[in-house]
Write a protein that binds this ligand. Structure first.
Ligand SMILES: [Zn+2]
Length: 149
């Protein structure tokens, strides 16, 4: 069974398909279960708003979101194809692995970009909301790493 070159390319495309599917799932989740205080704006749009993209931030956010999903999926597909033991044998399996990778990495990226409560782990769309949260929920206990203004 010599089909190495072709299968690498196939793995990249299948991984991308999984990554895009994961991005769509994450996008739907972000809209259905918005972050506290975000006003229903998906987290990746909040990220582009913070980059100062203004009125184009909604569109740019989705492009960034799907672009990240496709890139993660492609890398993941290639990585899994390289390690024979983990090698995906079917199209369905490859796409499923891509979805898992996309959701896991997407979740990490989401939490990386936002202020997080170090006591309970909740993420917020602004430092002010985090401060309000720590005062209301944790009785004004200082959250490590967040300095008073
Ligand atoms: Zn908290």
């Amino acid at each position: 069974m010599k089909q190495e070159a072709g299968s690498s390319l196939k793995a990249v495309f299948l991984g991308m398909a999984g990554g895009l599917t994961a991005a769509a799932i994450m996008g739907a989740f972000a809209i259905l279960v918005p972050l506290p205080g975000s006003g229903g704006v998906p987290f990746f749009v909040l990220a582009t708003e913070q980059m100062g993209l203004g009125s184009s931030s909604f569109f740019a956010g989705w492009i960034l979101h799907f672009g990240t999903g496709a890139a993660i999926g492609a890398i993941f597909g290639l990585t899994f194809n390289t390690f024979r033991r983990l090698r995906s044998s079917t199209v369905g399996h490859s796409v499923r692995m891509g979805i898992v990778a996309g959701v896991v990495v997407g979740r990490f990226l989401r939490e990386e970009g936002l202020p997080m409560c170090e006591i309970c782990g909740a993420t917020f769309t602004s430092r002010q909301l985090l401060k309000d949260h720590s005062q209301a929920v944790h009785l004004g206990k200082r959250v490590q790493g967040i300095s008073a203004p």
